[in-house]
Design a protein around this ligand. Structure first.
Ligand SMILES: Cc1cc2nc3c(=O)[nH]c(=O)nc-3n(C[C@H](O)[C@H](O)[C@H](O)COP(=O)(O)O)c2cc1C
Length: 171
């Protein structure tokens, strides 16, 4: 698969098979997270890999009851390390760079997961405080996204994209 076909064919998956992910593939997903670019190469991010059923159910409740989260064999909570980014970049780091750092890792993981036959979905709708409590996160770690990962049980149609004219401006 070319990178462009991976990009275009990846879908948000919200139905997962009851099937574990082999450890060697999880290992490659970790590599995808690690090798994303980051501001000043600070890598101010941390990823909590959740396999425990009770914790996954609690995360699903914290995410406005998006129950598919609890059905995935692996749920990754992607966090921004505010302390690390602030040490060099102050408020611009905290408000902008660190969110971009985490997001870059997430999208790399999602694309690699798709290449490996796995499905993912970026979940942004959740109560940050509740998620922090569930995972007992220190103050300086801000949960940015929840990413369930698993083998797809159903792949939806591609939602439409805006046209090139709407999206691109050439000057
Ligand atoms: C920042 C962000 C937050 C999102 N939050 C949710 C969410 O809470 N629940 C969900 O089911 N999908 C969520 N999505 C997935 C989008 O709905 C999905 O990417 C979009 O509809 C396009 O579909 P596709 O990913 O299949 O191309 C989110 C995506 C992004 C980038």
């Amino acid at each position: 698969m070319s990178i462009l076909s991976i990009i275009k064919n990846r879908r948000s998956i919200r139905d997962f098979q009851d099937r574990d992910i082999p450890e060697d593939i999880i290992d490659e997903l970790i590599e995808a997270l690690i090798w994303a670019p980051s501001a000043g190469n600070l890598q101010a991010r941390r990823f909590i890999f959740v396999k425990d059923r009770a914790i996954k159910r609690a995360l699903a409740r914290a995410a406005l009851g998006q129950s598919f989260i609890a059905e995935a064999p692996l749920v990754i909570v992607a966090c921004a390390d505010l302390k690390r980014i602030a040490s060099r970049y102050g408020s611009r780091g905290v408000n902008l760079y660190v969110i971009q750092d985490v997001s870059a890792s997430i999208i790399q993981l999602m694309l690699l997961a798709h290449e490996k036959g796995l499905g993912t979905v970026w979940v942004g709708a959740f109560d940050e405080e509740v998620v922090s409590d569930i995972l007992e996160l220190p103050e300086y770690l801000r949960p940015v996204a929840i990413v369930p990962v698993g083998y797809p049980a159903r792949v939806p149609q591609a939602p439409p994209r805006r046209t090139r004219d709407e999206l691109i401006e050439i000057r």
